[in-house]
Design a protein. Sequence first.
Length: 73
Amino acid sequence: MGQALNAGRVELPPCPIIERQLCALERRTSRGGRDIIDHPPGGHDDRANAAAGLVAKLATESAAPEAIFGTYG
């Protein structure tokens, strides 16, 4: 997600909660040597995870999704 933000390919909506959660994320190394990125104890990362998931999903799309307006039924 960081690469997409830094390259200007993604712009997040102005949401103080998402911004706070992303800034609070911590990188730790597990006992097995793997890096883990998680919220601090007592913190939350629900919106940060949702934003990161959306960015990852859109990064795998070959083209921008097409918006279709109208009535369905």
